[in-house]
Design a protein around this ligand. Structure first.
Ligand code: P6P
Length: 340
């Protein structure tokens, strides 16, 4: 099978869907460039002195690994210079950046939310990490951004994707016409189509959750986890437990093999730990485009109306039938709860 690079794929898509104009191409190319630069540093992190704590803490109160800062700088730089964006928001910054007020570069119509290096606490142990991005088109037309630009649920994303820096580096994204995966060939410096039209299997045999939080989960979630552990050869249970502690790596495994990832609300994180705008929404967009499902437990992630940049939501995502079963457990248990 002949090699098809990301650029060739985008050009072919443009011929097929001419209404999607070229500006989107440049945006994806900017993301691809930054991903290649981060790939290079992630792959030599063990060698350079780039490891270790930056010593500063980010808005999440987490010590910033130097690679976090490096990745954030390069994605910010590539997205600012491509001249297609009007707003950029990163996990590493308390506030988003309104580019309409900075005339240093051309300003476009795309709003990009991203987590530059998710799972970075795993870098020192050489565990896969990832970048996650979510793209909207602004709805206002005046010079500056308006409130309604930020009042868009995840269902309004025009594209979303992630990069996983693992045994190989892959870029997986969707523009609403299915999900395609591209593997970086470092010998030619190109992302090459390796996983066309990815589909999440409707069922899976693995569940991914931080079991140390078990005592903090709702009874419905505890009941579901017990279901996963029951012995029933007919339904191929007990399922296998797989938890890497790096969202992109856990999610990508489920994209390929099928399975379920859960980060429910806990005592420590009453609204869940994961961030709506740059972790849950983009992965939910990908999951739904690949035939999977993503839920807070009571509603689709993509229907959650954002209220602030770093808001957290509970996340249950992966194989359609597995997510629906968790939602059923939550419905039934809430019905069973005594109403006073
Ligand atoms: P816990 C990494 O810090 C992260 O944001 C995600 O990549 C990962 O899924 C989650 O947190 C792990 O959280 O509480 O299980 O360590």
């Amino acid at each position: 099978m002949s090699i098809q690079t990301l650029e060739q794929f985008i050009s072919a898509q443009q011929m097929q869907f001419p209404q999607a104009k070229g500006d989107f191409t440049r945006l994806l190319q900017a993301i691809s460039l930054a991903a290649k630069i981060v790939h290079r540093e992630v792959n030599k992190a063990g060698l350079a002195d780039i490891l270790g704590k930056q010593g500063e803490t980010n808005v999440q109160g987490e010590e910033q690994q130097k690679l976090d800062v490096f990745a954030d700088n390069h994605f910010m730089d590539a997205l600012r210079k491509v001249g297609e964006c009007c707003y950029l928001a990163s996990e590493e910054h308390e506030e988003g950046k309104d580019l309409t007020q900075q005339k240093q570069y051309a300003v476009g119509k795309y709003m990009v939310y991203f987590d530059p290096l998710d799972g970075s606490s795993n870098i020192d142990s050489n565990v896969s990490v990832g970048t996650i991005f979510s793209i909207y088109r602004r709805v206002s037309t005046a010079d500056g951004m308006e409130d309604r630009d930020f009042e868009q649920s995840g269902r309004s994303q025009v594209a979303a994707g992630y990069v996983i820096y693992g045994s190989s580096t892959m870029l997986v994204y969707s523009t609403g016409k299915g999900v395609n995966g591209f593997t970086l060939d470092p010998s030619i410096g190109e992302f090459c189509l390796s996983h066309p039209q990815l589909q999440i299997p409707e069922d899976g045999r693995t569940y991914s959750v931080n079991e140390s939080n078990y005592n903090q989960f709702s009874q419905a979630i505890k009941n579901y986890l017990q279901f996963c552990k029951e012995i029933d050869p007919k339904t191929k249970r007990p399922y296998s437990s797989r938890y890497i502690g790096s969202l992109v790596a856990d999610f990508h495994r489920n994209m390929i093999q099928g399975g379920l990832f859960l980060y429910p609300d806990t005592y420590s994180y009453p609204n869940g730990k994961l961030r709506l705008m740059y972790e849950c929404n983009p992965l939910a967009f990908i999951a739904e485009q690949a035939g999977g499902r993503a839920s807070t437990g009571t509603m689709p992630i993509l229907d959650v109306m954002p209220t602030e940049l770093h808001q957290r939501v509970p996340l249950i995502i992966g194989s359609k039938n597995m997510v629906e079963l968790v939602e059923q457990y939550i419905r039934e248990f809430s019905k069973a709860e005594p109403t006073f």
